[in-house]
Design a protein around this ligand. Structure first.
Ligand code: DGT
Ligand code: CA
Ligand code: CA
Ligand code: ZN
Length: 564
C-alpha cells in the first residue's frame, strides 16, 4: 500500500473523529501523522516490517497497530465504525471551498444539513446568516463554493440546465452556416433534472466542415471529442452536451427522435411499424406532420414520457393542459413575519403587478422556531394587519393562512381555535424527515384528516439531487385527499417540485385539486410559478385540476366547504 493511500485513510479517520466530536488531540494526532506519511521518503510498509514505524514523531503504539492492520488486511476498522455513524454527504461538503471540518460539523448539528444539496437549499433560505461563525458574507462564499463543486457533478436542476442550454443555443446559432438550432432531449420535455443537453442543428448547403472547424475553435467549447456520425460531444459550462447534425428533409423526424423520451420514441416506432413505416427513415420536415402521419394529435413535449400519451393522442383524448394565464393567484407566501424577505404591503404590490386576484400568506408555525415561526398571538396580530391592508381596496386580496408543521404524531402545530379563523391551512412536514414508509404515511394521513387542513404542503420533503424525501403509500394518501377534500401542493421551488409530476398525474385521475404554490420567501421566487405550471402540464393537469385557477369567490367557497 502506497504511503499516500495510508495517509489519506488516516486523515479521514481524523476527520471522522472530529465530526463525531471525539477527543480533539487524537484527531490532531491523526492529521499530523497523515502529513508525516505523505512526506515520507521510504515506503511506510518497509518501516513497518523493520519495526521502525514507531520511531516517527507522534507515531504511538496504537497508531502503528492500526497501520499494521491496514497494510495487511486493506481495512481500517476504526474508520469503518465511524463512517457508519456519519452521513457520507458530509465528506462532500468538505470539498466546498472555505468549509472546514468545524464548520461542516456545526452546519450538520444546527441545521441538520448533511450534503451539499441540502446546504445550498439552506443558503437559499438564508439559514446561515444568523448562525454563529457564519454570516451573510460567508453564506455567499459557501454558495459560490457549491457552484464550483456542481460544475463537475452530473445531473442538474432544470432551471440551471435550461439557462445553460438557452445560452448555448444562442452561441451555436451564431456559428457559420447554422440555419436551425433546436433544444431537444429532457430540457425540452421539462425534466425536473437534466443529465445532458441535447441540441439539433441544421447546416446550410455543404457547410458542415466549416461548422466543425469553427466549433472546434470556439472558446466556450470544453473537451470536444472527435465528431462521430454527425454527433459532437463536448461540455458547456461544465455540462455535457450532445450536438447532433440533422438534414432538412428529415428535420421533423429528427426533432421527434431526439426530443425523446426513449420510451415515447419506442412506442412511436412500434406504431409506425404496425403501419408498415420505418420511423427513423420518414422524410418529414415538420414535427407536427410526423404525428399527423402516424394518425396522432400533436403531443406536447412535456407529455412525451411513454405513459399513455400516445394512446390518448390516438383517441383524441389528450388533456387540455393548463397555461400560465390560467393562474388567478397563489398560496404559500412567506413574509418578514417569519423567514421571508418581503413585507405584506410588498406582497400586495407584487400581486398587483402580476395581475393576481389573491395571494395566500402562510408563515411558518411555532415549531419552526429556526424560521421565525408564529406564536398564536402573532397569528391574531397578523390577521388584524391583513384586514387593514385588504380594506385599502387593492385588486389583489391577501388571504390569511399558515404553513403549519405536521408534528411527529401527525397533529398540527396549533389548537383548532388558532386555525379556525384563517382562510386556509397548509400542513407540511419540516422535521423528522427520515421516516419509514408506514410511519410517514400514517403521519400524513392524520394531517389530511384534520378538518383544519386545506392543502398538503411539499408532501415528500424531497430536495432534488440532495435528499430523497420520505416514501409514502400514495394510494392511501390520494384516497384520503379525495375523501377529505384536501388539495395537494405542487411546490414550484425547482429544488422541490414536490409532489412529483408522476404523482400529480395520478392525483388527477382521483379528481384531487392541486395547488401550484411558489413557497416564496423573496420576490424572485414568484417567477417559479411559471415553471410549476410547466411541471403541472407534465402531470397532465388542466385548469380544472388546479385550485388556484379559481376566481376568488369560487375559491373562497371551496376553502369554506372543506371546513364544513
Ligand atoms: P437526460 O439527458 O438523462 O436528462 O434525458 P434525455 O431524455 O435527454 O436522454 P438522452 O440525452 O440520453 O437522449 C435524448 C434523446 O435522444 C432521447 O430521449 C432519445 C434520443 N437518444 C439518445 N440516445 C439514443 C440512442 O442510443 N438511440 C436512439 N435511437 N435514440 C437515442
Ligand atoms: Ca439529455
Ligand atoms: Ca444526450
Ligand atoms: Zn415548507
Amino acid at each position: 500500500m502506497e504511503n499516500e493511500e495510508i495517509a489519506k485513510l488516516i486523515h479521514q479517520l481524523g476527520v471522522a473523529s472530529e465530526l463525531l466530536g471525539e477527543n480533539p488531540f487524537k484527531a490532531r494526532a491523526y492529521h499530523s501523522a497523515a502529513r508525516t506519511l505523505s512526506g515520507l521518503e521510504e515506503p511506510a510498509e518497509v518501516l513497518l516490517a523493520e519495526g521502525r514505524l514507531g520511531e516517527l514523531p507522534g507515531f504511538g503504539k496504537a497508531l502503528v497497530e492500526k497501520i499494521g492492520t491496514l497494510v495487511s488486511t486493506g481495512r481500517l476498522p476504526q474508520l469503518e465504525e465511524r463512517l457508519e455513524k456519519l452521513p457520507p454527504g458530509l465528506f462532500e461538503m468538505l470539498r466546498i471551498e472555505g468549509l472546514g471540518v468545524k464548520k461542516v460539523k456545526k452546519l450538520w448539528e444546527t441545521l441538520e444539513v448533511t450534503n451539499p444539496g441540502e446546504l445550498e437549499y439552506a443558503c437559499l433560505e438564508n439559514r446561515l446568516t444568523g448562525l454563529p461563525g457564519f454570516g451573510p458574507k460567508s453564506q455567499a462564499n459557501v454558495l459560490a463554493g457549491i457552484e464550483r463543486l456542481k460544475r463537475y457533478q452530473k445531473r442538474r436542476l432544470y432551471p440551471e440546465a435550461y439557462a445553460a442550454a438557452s445560452e448555448l443555443r444562442e452561441k451555436v446559432s451564431a456559428l457559420q452556416g447554422v440555419a436551425r438550432c433546436k433544444l431537444v432531449g429532457s430540457v425540452r420535455r421539462l425534466g425536473e433534472t437534466v443529465g445532458d443537453l441535447d441540441l439539433l442543428v441544421l447546416i446550410e448547403g455543404d457547410g458542415r466542415d466549416a461548422f466543425a472547424a469553427e466549433l472546434g475553435e470556439a472558446g466556450w467549447v470544453e473537451g470536444l471529442d472527435q465528431p462521430f456520425n454527425g454527433m459532437f460531444a463536448f461540455r458547456y459550462r461544465g455540462i455535457e452536451v450532445d450536438l447532433c447534425l440533422a438534414g432538412q428533409a428529415r428535420w421533423g423526424t429528427q426533432v421527434v427522435l431526439n426530443t425523446g423520451s426513449a420510451a415515447h420514441v419506442e412506442t412511436l416506432r412500434k406504431m409506425a411499424a404496425d403501419q408498415g413505416l420505418d420511423l427513423t427513415e420518414l422524410d418529414i420536415d415538420d414535427e407536427e406532420e410526423v404525428y399527423r402521419t402516424l394518425g396522432l394529435a400533436f403531443i406536447p413535449p412535456e407529455l412525451r414520457e411513454g405513459l399513455g400519451e400516445i394512446e390518448a393522442a390516438r383517441r383524441g383524448e389528450l388533456p387540455d393542459l393548463i397555461e400560465n394565464q390560467d393562474i388567478r393567484g397563489v398560496f404559500h407566501v412567506h413574509t418578514e413575519a417569519s423567514d421571508g424577505a418581503q413585507s405584506l404591503e410588498g406582497v400586495v404590490r407584487l400581486g398587483e403587478e402580476l395581475g393576481y386576484s389573491y395571494i395566500g400568506i402562510s408563515e411558518h408555525s411555532r415549531s419552526a422556531f429556526y424560521a421565525g415561526g408564529l406564536t398564536v398571538d402573532d397569528i391574531y396580530e397578523q390577521a388584524e394587519r391583513i384586514v387593514e391592508i385588504n380594506e385599502r381596496g387593492s385588486p389583489c386580496r391577501l388571504l390569511h393562512g399558515i404553513e403549519s408543521d405536521i408534528l411527529a404524531d401527525g397533529s398540527l402545530d396549533y389548537p383548532d381555535e388558532a386555525l379556525e379563523g384563517l382562510d386556509f391551512v397548509i400542513a407540511s412536514v419540516h422535521s423528522g424527515l427520515r421516516m419509514p414508509r408506514d410511519k410517514a404515511t400514517e403521519r400524513i394521513l392524520a394531517a389530511i384528516k384534520n378538518p383544519m387542513t386545506s392543502i398538503l404542503g411539499h408532501p415528500t420533503g424531497r430536495l432534488l439531487l440532495a435528499r430523497e424525501g420520505y416514501e409514502l403509500d400514495w394510494n392511501r394518501v390520494l384516497e384520503a385527499l379525495v375523501e377529505h377534500r384536501v388539495a395537494l401542493e405542487l411546490n414550484t421551488c425547482p429544488h422541490r417540485f414536490d409532489a412529483d409530476w408522476r404523482v400529480l398525474r395520478r392525483a388527477r385521475d382521483f379528481g384531487i385539486k392541486v395547488a401550484v404554490n411558489p413557497d416564496a420567501h423573496r420576490r424572485a421566487m414568484f417567477d417559479t410559478v411559471g415553471l410549476g405550471v410547466g411541471i403541472a402540464r407534465k402531470g397532465w393537469l388542466t385548469p380544472e385540476d388546479v385550485l388556484n385557477t379559481r376566481e376568488l369567490p369560487e375559491l373562497m367557497a371551496w376553502l369554506k366547504d372543506r371546513r364544513g
